[in-house]
Design a protein around this ligand. Structure first.
Ligand code: GFB
Length: 346
Protein backbone atom coordinates (compact mmCIF):
# COMPACT_ATOMS: atom_id res chain seq x y z
CA UNK A 1 0.00 0.00 0.00
CA UNK A 2 1.28 3.50 -0.87
CA UNK A 3 1.96 5.84 2.05
CA UNK A 4 -0.58 8.63 2.44
CA UNK A 5 2.22 11.21 2.10
CA UNK A 6 2.87 9.95 -1.44
CA UNK A 7 -0.84 9.56 -2.24
CA UNK A 8 -1.67 12.64 -4.31
CA UNK A 9 -5.32 13.63 -3.76
CA UNK A 10 -7.52 13.24 -6.87
CA UNK A 11 -9.68 16.06 -5.53
CA UNK A 12 -8.35 18.79 -3.21
CA UNK A 13 -10.77 19.46 -0.32
CA UNK A 14 -12.34 22.93 -0.57
CA UNK A 15 -11.03 25.14 2.28
CA UNK A 16 -14.03 25.85 4.49
CA UNK A 17 -14.63 27.84 7.65
CA UNK A 18 -13.15 26.27 10.71
CA UNK A 19 -15.35 24.68 13.40
CA UNK A 20 -17.65 27.44 14.64
CA UNK A 21 -19.51 27.33 17.99
CA UNK A 22 -22.82 27.55 16.14
CA UNK A 23 -22.01 24.53 13.93
CA UNK A 24 -24.04 21.38 14.45
CA UNK A 25 -21.81 18.57 15.72
CA UNK A 26 -22.77 14.89 15.83
CA UNK A 27 -20.87 12.83 18.41
CA UNK A 28 -21.41 9.21 17.39
CA UNK A 29 -21.01 7.03 20.50
CA UNK A 30 -21.60 9.91 22.94
CA UNK A 31 -22.22 7.60 25.93
CA UNK A 32 -18.94 5.72 25.60
CA UNK A 33 -15.60 6.50 27.27
CA UNK A 34 -14.37 8.88 24.53
CA UNK A 35 -17.80 10.08 23.38
CA UNK A 36 -18.89 11.21 26.85
CA UNK A 37 -15.57 13.03 27.34
CA UNK A 38 -16.00 14.73 23.96
CA UNK A 39 -19.48 15.97 24.95
CA UNK A 40 -18.15 17.30 28.29
CA UNK A 41 -15.27 19.13 26.58
CA UNK A 42 -17.32 20.46 23.64
CA UNK A 43 -19.92 21.94 26.00
CA UNK A 44 -17.17 23.40 28.22
CA UNK A 45 -15.72 25.12 25.11
CA UNK A 46 -19.13 26.53 24.13
CA UNK A 47 -19.90 24.12 21.27
CA UNK A 48 -23.44 23.42 22.41
CA UNK A 49 -25.17 22.71 19.11
CA UNK A 50 -24.71 18.96 19.58
CA UNK A 51 -26.85 16.23 18.09
CA UNK A 52 -26.70 12.99 20.07
CA UNK A 53 -28.45 9.62 19.68
CA UNK A 54 -28.40 6.63 22.01
CA UNK A 55 -28.04 3.12 20.63
CA UNK A 56 -31.80 2.63 21.05
CA UNK A 57 -32.55 5.84 19.14
CA UNK A 58 -30.19 5.13 16.25
CA UNK A 59 -28.62 1.80 15.29
CA UNK A 60 -25.31 2.92 13.77
CA UNK A 61 -24.95 -0.51 12.13
CA UNK A 62 -28.15 0.08 10.10
CA UNK A 63 -27.02 1.80 6.89
CA UNK A 64 -30.49 3.07 5.90
CA UNK A 65 -31.32 4.47 9.37
CA UNK A 66 -27.98 6.25 9.58
CA UNK A 67 -28.47 7.78 6.13
CA UNK A 68 -31.97 8.96 7.08
CA UNK A 69 -30.59 10.46 10.30
CA UNK A 70 -27.88 12.38 8.44
CA UNK A 71 -30.39 13.60 5.81
CA UNK A 72 -32.67 14.87 8.59
CA UNK A 73 -30.05 16.40 10.90
CA UNK A 74 -27.31 17.45 8.42
CA UNK A 75 -24.52 17.93 10.99
CA UNK A 76 -21.64 20.19 10.00
CA UNK A 77 -19.03 18.04 11.76
CA UNK A 78 -18.85 14.48 13.11
CA UNK A 79 -16.73 12.80 15.80
CA UNK A 80 -16.95 9.08 15.00
CA UNK A 81 -16.31 7.77 18.52
CA UNK A 82 -18.73 4.84 18.27
CA UNK A 83 -17.11 1.40 18.08
CA UNK A 84 -17.15 -2.04 19.60
CA UNK A 85 -14.09 -1.87 21.85
CA UNK A 86 -12.61 -4.09 24.55
CA UNK A 87 -9.48 -5.41 26.16
CA UNK A 88 -7.27 -8.29 25.10
CA UNK A 89 -9.64 -11.00 26.36
CA UNK A 90 -12.74 -9.57 24.62
CA UNK A 91 -10.84 -9.07 21.34
CA UNK A 92 -9.40 -12.56 21.50
CA UNK A 93 -12.77 -14.15 22.32
CA UNK A 94 -15.18 -12.29 20.02
CA UNK A 95 -13.21 -11.43 16.83
CA UNK A 96 -16.23 -11.83 14.55
CA UNK A 97 -18.24 -9.29 16.57
CA UNK A 98 -15.35 -6.83 16.57
CA UNK A 99 -14.84 -6.88 12.80
CA UNK A 100 -18.53 -7.13 11.86
CA UNK A 101 -19.83 -4.38 14.16
CA UNK A 102 -17.01 -1.91 13.54
CA UNK A 103 -17.06 -2.30 9.75
CA UNK A 104 -20.84 -1.74 9.65
CA UNK A 105 -20.68 1.39 11.84
CA UNK A 106 -17.85 2.82 9.73
CA UNK A 107 -19.53 2.12 6.39
CA UNK A 108 -22.83 3.58 7.61
CA UNK A 109 -21.42 6.78 9.09
CA UNK A 110 -18.65 7.54 6.58
CA UNK A 111 -20.93 7.09 3.56
CA UNK A 112 -23.80 9.09 5.12
CA UNK A 113 -21.37 11.89 6.05
CA UNK A 114 -20.20 12.05 2.43
CA UNK A 115 -23.73 11.96 1.01
CA UNK A 116 -24.82 14.88 3.22
CA UNK A 117 -21.69 17.03 2.78
CA UNK A 118 -20.40 16.95 6.34
CA UNK A 119 -17.64 19.61 6.53
CA UNK A 120 -15.19 17.61 8.63
CA UNK A 121 -15.15 14.24 10.40
CA UNK A 122 -12.71 12.82 12.93
CA UNK A 123 -12.36 9.01 12.94
CA UNK A 124 -10.80 7.15 15.87
CA UNK A 125 -8.18 4.49 15.15
CA UNK A 126 -6.12 2.92 17.96
CA UNK A 127 -2.47 2.31 18.84
CA UNK A 128 -3.14 -1.43 18.84
CA UNK A 129 -3.60 -1.47 15.05
CA UNK A 130 0.09 -0.78 14.40
CA UNK A 131 2.28 -3.83 13.71
CA UNK A 132 3.03 -5.93 16.80
CA UNK A 133 6.78 -5.32 16.64
CA UNK A 134 6.82 -1.71 15.44
CA UNK A 135 9.95 0.31 16.18
CA UNK A 136 9.33 2.26 19.41
CA UNK A 137 8.13 4.93 19.80
CA UNK A 138 5.70 4.20 16.96
CA UNK A 139 5.49 6.78 14.16
CA UNK A 140 2.37 7.14 11.99
CA UNK A 141 4.31 5.82 8.99
CA UNK A 142 4.52 2.39 10.67
CA UNK A 143 0.90 1.58 9.79
CA UNK A 144 0.62 -1.53 7.57
CA UNK A 145 4.36 -2.26 7.64
CA UNK A 146 4.21 -5.54 9.56
CA UNK A 147 2.29 -8.37 11.21
CA UNK A 148 -0.57 -7.41 13.52
CA UNK A 149 -0.98 -8.56 17.14
CA UNK A 150 -3.07 -11.79 16.75
CA UNK A 151 -5.30 -11.19 19.79
CA UNK A 152 -6.91 -8.11 18.24
CA UNK A 153 -6.30 -8.64 14.49
CA UNK A 154 -10.04 -8.49 13.66
CA UNK A 155 -10.50 -5.14 15.41
CA UNK A 156 -7.29 -3.81 13.87
CA UNK A 157 -8.30 -4.76 10.32
CA UNK A 158 -11.68 -3.07 10.82
CA UNK A 159 -10.06 0.12 12.12
CA UNK A 160 -7.44 0.11 9.34
CA UNK A 161 -10.32 -0.25 6.86
CA UNK A 162 -11.90 2.85 8.41
CA UNK A 163 -8.70 4.85 7.99
CA UNK A 164 -8.31 3.74 4.36
CA UNK A 165 -12.00 4.47 3.73
CA UNK A 166 -11.60 8.04 5.03
CA UNK A 167 -8.50 8.55 2.86
CA UNK A 168 -10.24 7.07 -0.20
CA UNK A 169 -13.28 9.32 0.23
CA UNK A 170 -11.02 12.34 0.66
CA UNK A 171 -9.17 11.51 -2.57
CA UNK A 172 -12.22 10.62 -4.68
CA UNK A 173 -14.89 12.90 -3.24
CA UNK A 174 -12.90 15.79 -1.77
CA UNK A 175 -14.18 15.10 1.75
CA UNK A 176 -12.26 16.10 4.89
CA UNK A 177 -12.34 12.93 6.99
CA UNK A 178 -9.31 12.74 9.30
CA UNK A 179 -8.05 9.87 11.47
CA UNK A 180 -6.37 9.95 14.88
CA UNK A 181 -4.60 7.10 16.67
CA UNK A 182 -5.15 7.20 20.43
CA UNK A 183 -3.00 5.21 22.82
CA UNK A 184 -4.63 3.20 25.67
CA UNK A 185 -7.32 5.42 27.14
CA UNK A 186 -8.91 5.37 30.59
CA UNK A 187 -10.98 7.57 32.86
CA UNK A 188 -14.44 8.48 34.07
CA UNK A 189 -17.12 6.48 32.23
CA UNK A 190 -14.84 3.52 31.50
CA UNK A 191 -15.97 -0.10 31.27
CA UNK A 192 -15.16 -1.87 34.58
CA UNK A 193 -16.48 -5.35 33.83
CA UNK A 194 -14.27 -8.19 35.03
CA UNK A 195 -13.13 -9.82 31.75
CA UNK A 196 -14.07 -7.73 28.67
CA UNK A 197 -12.56 -4.48 29.89
CA UNK A 198 -9.12 -2.91 29.37
CA UNK A 199 -6.35 -3.54 31.86
CA UNK A 200 -6.56 -0.35 33.93
CA UNK A 201 -10.29 -0.46 34.81
CA UNK A 202 -10.16 -4.26 35.11
CA UNK A 203 -7.42 -4.06 37.76
CA UNK A 204 -9.15 -1.15 39.53
CA UNK A 205 -12.33 -3.23 39.81
CA UNK A 206 -10.40 -6.33 40.91
CA UNK A 207 -8.45 -4.51 43.64
CA UNK A 208 -11.64 -2.80 44.79
CA UNK A 209 -13.57 -6.08 45.07
CA UNK A 210 -10.59 -7.76 46.78
CA UNK A 211 -10.36 -4.95 49.33
CA UNK A 212 -14.06 -5.28 50.19
CA UNK A 213 -13.86 -9.09 50.34
CA UNK A 214 -10.63 -9.12 52.37
CA UNK A 215 -8.87 -11.30 49.75
CA UNK A 216 -5.17 -11.85 50.50
CA UNK A 217 -4.06 -11.91 46.86
CA UNK A 218 -5.04 -10.36 43.51
CA UNK A 219 -4.17 -12.01 40.21
CA UNK A 220 -2.79 -9.90 37.37
CA UNK A 221 -2.91 -11.45 33.88
CA UNK A 222 0.27 -12.23 31.96
CA UNK A 223 3.85 -11.69 33.07
CA UNK A 224 3.43 -8.00 33.96
CA UNK A 225 6.36 -7.13 31.66
CA UNK A 226 4.52 -5.66 28.61
CA UNK A 227 4.61 -1.87 28.65
CA UNK A 228 1.57 0.35 28.03
CA UNK A 229 1.09 4.09 27.57
CA UNK A 230 -2.00 5.56 29.21
CA UNK A 231 -3.77 8.80 28.28
CA UNK A 232 -6.66 10.15 30.33
CA UNK A 233 -9.82 10.42 28.26
CA UNK A 234 -10.23 14.15 29.02
CA UNK A 235 -6.86 14.73 27.35
CA UNK A 236 -8.03 12.58 24.43
CA UNK A 237 -11.21 14.65 24.06
CA UNK A 238 -9.27 17.93 24.23
CA UNK A 239 -6.73 16.74 21.67
CA UNK A 240 -9.49 15.52 19.33
CA UNK A 241 -11.33 18.85 19.40
CA UNK A 242 -8.04 20.72 19.00
CA UNK A 243 -7.11 18.62 15.96
CA UNK A 244 -10.59 18.93 14.44
CA UNK A 245 -10.15 22.73 14.63
CA UNK A 246 -6.54 23.09 13.45
CA UNK A 247 -5.38 19.97 11.54
CA UNK A 248 -5.47 20.36 7.74
CA UNK A 249 -6.63 23.98 8.23
CA UNK A 250 -4.89 27.18 7.01
CA UNK A 251 -2.41 28.52 9.58
CA UNK A 252 -1.71 32.28 10.01
CA UNK A 253 1.10 32.11 7.44
CA UNK A 254 -1.37 30.62 4.93
CA UNK A 255 0.20 27.15 4.96
CA UNK A 256 -1.93 24.11 5.77
CA UNK A 257 -1.28 22.70 9.26
CA UNK A 258 0.18 19.23 8.67
CA UNK A 259 1.03 19.96 5.04
CA UNK A 260 -1.01 19.95 1.82
CA UNK A 261 -2.02 16.31 2.26
CA UNK A 262 -2.64 16.55 6.02
CA UNK A 263 -6.26 15.41 5.79
CA UNK A 264 -4.98 11.98 4.74
CA UNK A 265 -2.21 11.82 7.36
CA UNK A 266 -3.10 10.03 10.61
CA UNK A 267 -2.13 11.72 13.89
CA UNK A 268 -0.95 9.82 16.99
CA UNK A 269 -2.46 10.94 20.30
CA UNK A 270 -0.29 9.65 23.13
CA UNK A 271 0.85 10.67 26.61
CA UNK A 272 4.56 10.43 25.95
CA UNK A 273 5.80 7.65 28.24
CA UNK A 274 4.80 4.11 29.20
CA UNK A 275 5.12 1.71 32.16
CA UNK A 276 5.20 -2.08 32.64
CA UNK A 277 1.84 -3.66 33.48
CA UNK A 278 3.40 -4.78 36.80
CA UNK A 279 4.11 -1.13 37.69
CA UNK A 280 0.58 -0.13 36.68
CA UNK A 281 -0.81 -2.86 38.94
CA UNK A 282 1.15 -1.44 41.91
CA UNK A 283 -0.13 2.10 41.16
CA UNK A 284 -3.75 0.90 40.94
CA UNK A 285 -3.26 -1.12 44.15
CA UNK A 286 -2.06 2.05 45.95
CA UNK A 287 -4.91 4.16 44.47
CA UNK A 288 -7.53 1.68 45.68
CA UNK A 289 -5.79 1.17 49.03
CA UNK A 290 -5.58 -2.61 48.73
CA UNK A 291 -3.14 -4.18 51.23
CA UNK A 292 -2.80 -7.74 49.84
CA UNK A 293 -0.23 -9.20 47.43
CA UNK A 294 -0.01 -9.52 43.63
CA UNK A 295 0.27 -12.78 41.68
CA UNK A 296 0.82 -13.08 37.91
CA UNK A 297 -1.17 -15.61 35.87
CA UNK A 298 1.14 -16.36 32.96
CA UNK A 299 -1.46 -18.61 31.32
CA UNK A 300 -3.11 -15.35 30.21
CA UNK A 301 -1.76 -13.58 27.06
CA UNK A 302 0.64 -10.65 27.31
CA UNK A 303 -0.34 -9.25 23.90
CA UNK A 304 1.84 -6.63 22.23
CA UNK A 305 5.12 -6.20 24.16
CA UNK A 306 5.07 -2.41 23.78
CA UNK A 307 3.13 0.29 21.86
CA UNK A 308 4.44 3.69 22.90
CA UNK A 309 3.37 6.32 20.37
CA UNK A 310 5.52 9.03 18.84
CA UNK A 311 3.19 12.03 19.18
CA UNK A 312 5.58 14.57 17.62
CA UNK A 313 3.08 15.38 14.85
CA UNK A 314 0.40 16.26 17.44
CA UNK A 315 2.86 18.23 19.61
CA UNK A 316 3.90 20.23 16.52
CA UNK A 317 0.39 21.76 16.58
CA UNK A 318 1.05 23.08 20.10
CA UNK A 319 -0.96 20.51 22.08
CA UNK A 320 0.33 18.52 25.07
CA UNK A 321 -1.42 16.32 27.66
CA UNK A 322 -2.30 17.65 31.11
CA UNK A 323 -3.49 14.69 33.25
CA UNK A 324 -0.75 12.54 34.81
CA UNK A 325 -1.38 8.83 35.40
CA UNK A 326 -1.30 9.27 39.19
CA UNK A 327 -3.91 12.08 39.00
CA UNK A 328 -5.96 10.20 36.40
CA UNK A 329 -6.07 7.05 38.54
CA UNK A 330 -7.33 9.04 41.55
CA UNK A 331 -10.04 10.74 39.47
CA UNK A 332 -11.09 7.46 37.86
CA UNK A 333 -11.37 5.64 41.18
CA UNK A 334 -13.37 8.55 42.68
CA UNK A 335 -15.77 8.34 39.71
CA UNK A 336 -15.99 4.55 40.07
CA UNK A 337 -16.93 4.86 43.77
CA UNK A 338 -19.62 7.47 43.01
CA UNK A 339 -21.02 5.60 40.00
CA UNK A 340 -20.31 2.03 41.09
CA UNK A 341 -23.72 0.70 40.06
CA UNK A 342 -23.65 2.11 36.50
CA UNK A 343 -19.91 1.56 35.89
CA UNK A 344 -20.76 -1.21 33.44
CA UNK A 345 -20.02 -3.94 35.96
CA UNK A 346 -20.24 -7.32 34.29
O1 GFB B 1 -5.91 -3.03 27.94
P1 GFB B 1 -5.53 -4.40 27.52
O2 GFB B 1 -6.51 -5.50 27.79
O3 GFB B 1 -5.27 -4.51 25.97
O4 GFB B 1 -4.12 -4.72 28.20
P2 GFB B 1 -3.99 -4.13 25.08
C1 GFB B 1 -3.67 -6.01 28.11
C2 GFB B 1 -2.36 -6.16 28.87
O5 GFB B 1 -2.63 -6.02 30.28
C3 GFB B 1 -1.85 -7.57 28.64
C4 GFB B 1 -2.41 -7.28 30.92
O6 GFB B 1 -0.46 -7.57 28.78
C5 GFB B 1 -2.54 -8.30 29.78
O7 GFB B 1 -1.84 -9.50 30.10
N1 GFB B 1 -3.43 -7.49 31.97
C6 GFB B 1 -3.14 -7.81 33.24
C7 GFB B 1 -4.76 -7.40 31.83
N2 GFB B 1 -4.27 -7.96 33.95
C8 GFB B 1 -5.30 -7.71 33.09
C9 GFB B 1 -6.71 -7.70 33.26
O8 GFB B 1 -7.26 -7.98 34.33
N3 GFB B 1 -7.45 -7.35 32.16
C10 GFB B 1 -6.87 -7.03 30.97
N4 GFB B 1 -7.67 -6.68 29.94
N5 GFB B 1 -5.53 -7.06 30.76
C11 GFB B 1 -5.90 -3.47 23.50
C12 GFB B 1 -6.58 -4.02 22.26
O9 GFB B 1 -4.66 -4.11 23.65
O10 GFB B 1 -5.61 -2.09 23.37
C13 GFB B 1 -7.83 -3.27 21.99
O11 GFB B 1 -6.84 -5.41 22.43
C14 GFB B 1 -7.66 -1.77 22.15
O12 GFB B 1 -8.25 -3.57 20.68
C15 GFB B 1 -6.82 -1.36 23.32
O13 GFB B 1 -7.11 -1.25 20.99
C16 GFB B 1 -6.46 0.11 23.29
O14 GFB B 1 -3.45 -2.80 25.43
O15 GFB B 1 -3.04 -5.28 25.10
Amino acid sequence: MQRASRLAPLLLPEPRDNVKQSDKIFVAGHRGLVGSALVRRLLALGFDNLVLRTRDELDLEDIASVRAFFEAERPNHVFLAAARVGGIFANNTYPADFIHDNLLVQISVIEAARATNVDKMLFLGSSCIYPKFSEQPIREEALLTGELEPTNEAYAVAKIAGIIMCRSYNRQHGTRFMSVMPTNLYGEGDNFERTGSHVLPALMRRFHDAKLAGDREVVVWGTGTPRREFLHVDDMADASIHLMRVWAEPSPDGSIVGGPNAINEIVNVGYGDDIPIGELAKMVKETVGYQGTLAFDTTKPDGTPRKLLDSTRLHSTGWSPKVSLREGLARTYAWFLENHDEARLG
